[in-house]
Write a protein that binds this ligand. Structure first.
Ligand code: UDP
Length: 355
């Protein structure tokens, strides 16, 4: 059994690290890195820290518009599929690499397995939502993290087989958060203290590509009254530079801007934060698992259970709502939402049986 795994960005490297070694003990796995994320800080550091086997193929696609990037991936994947002749293609999440991997596979007559299937924000203006929906309808095997995702797929009457396996990112977080929490020396360079600061991330197109929304995001960050560590995604940095808004953040006393961090440093900062302020999907989940309240700068989320559990508040870019939400005391209970940390094992078993 030969599996071609298609990955290309930061959260996919993290997710694949929970599956790859398990899959390789059951089947032949060949990995292709599309090059959607190519900076060292968004790519190589995750292979090193999470012991992900180096990819056998690099497509070097780079940036660009969603359509242009996806088109270049499709053109590069077609001959690769013909050459590798896999029995199945494995894709993760909701990026252009996910969609391109799934579509190229189906066009080549190869069955697709999709990890993190069934997630929905019900907001088709998000490129990720379109990628999720299309990928799910192309997939033979849909491996889902939650019961909500099972129900979403049932409503859409997908053709493939749906299997509830839990969330592979949870596997990684449960394994590494305890050690990361103890690494309090990571906080020192930012001059912040355990439980006293906010950890912020922002990179969604809907927040950073529109100059008016970006200005609102910056105003929200500038209004915070706690020290705020803000590792800047390269896309966000570029948009802030274009809009002439970076200097204001750099000059604000409470803001601690940083490069994108490796998983271990980021997780150390996450586990020791007072709260997390984010528009990331993965970070909402990781904050929940770490028992750190999350405030999400989006009008909606795919990770609805974290909101229902009272640990995540959606504020979009409303600074006053964010200020209140960041000081809110979460409920004492934190039920297990996205599995038991063994999702990678279930994914590997199911994928190795796919024909
Ligand atoms: N992350 C990281 N360093 C950072 C910011 C995030 O390692 O500086 C990790 C974070 O722990 C999470 C993942 O990257 O596992 C989230 O990726 P991102 O926010 O880029 O994507 P999304 O989850 O929104 O698709």
């Amino acid at each position: 059994m030969r599996i071609l795994t298609v990955i290309g960005n930061r959260p996919q490297f993290i997710k694949a690290s929970a599956v790859s070694s398990r899959l390789r003990s059951r089947a032949e796995e060949i990995t292709v890195h599309t090059g959607q994320h190519y900076d060292r800080e968004l790519s190589q550091v995750f292979f090193d820290e999470l012991k992900l086997p180096p990819p056998e193929h690099l497509l070097g696609i780079g940036g660009g518009t969603n359509t242009g990037q996806t088109a270049r991936m499709l053109a590069a994947l077609e001959p690769l599929l013909a050459d590798v002749r896999p029995d199945a293609v494995l894709v993760y999440g909701d990026t252009n690499s996910t969609l391109a991997g799934a579509l190229a596979a189906v066009q080549a007559g190869v069955p697709v397995a999709h990890v993190e299937a069934g997630m929905r924000s019900f907001d088709r203006s998000m490129p990720e939502e379109v990628n999720r929906v299309v990928t799910d309808h192309l997939s033979r095997l849909l491996l889902v993290p939650s019961q909500t995702a099972v129900e979403n797929l049932r409503r859409e009457s997908v053709d493939g087989t749906v299997e509830l396996v839990g969330d592979v990112m949870v596997d990684v977080a449960l394994l590494l958060q305890p050690g990361a929490r103890a690494r309090t020396d990571t906080l020192a360079p930012y001059g912040v203290e355990q439980g006293g600061y906010v950890l912020a991330t922002a990179h969604r197109a809907g927040n950073v590509d529109d100059p008016a929304r970006l200005a609102q995001l910056v105003a929200l960050l500038l209004s915070l009254d706690r020290p705020t560590v803000f590792p800047l995604h390269p896309r966000t940095r570029a948009r802030l530079v274009d809009a002439g808004l970076l200097a204001a953040l750099e000059q604000a006393d409470h803001m601690r801007l940083a490069k994108p961090l490796g998983y271990l440093d980021f997780t150390a900062l996450l586990c020791n934060a007072h709260a997390v302020l984010t528009d990331s999907g993965g970070v909402q989940k990781e904050a929940y698992l770490a028992g750190v309240p999350c405030v999400t700068m989006r009008p909606n989320t795919e990770w609805v259970e974290t909101v229902e559990a009272g640990w995540n508040v959606l504020v979009d870019l409303d600074a006053a709502a964010a200020a209140v939400a960041l000081e809110r005391i979460p409920p004492p209970e934190r039920p297990q939402l996205y599995g038991d940390g063994e999702a990678g094992e279930r994914v590997a078993t199911a994928v190795a049986l796919l024909t």
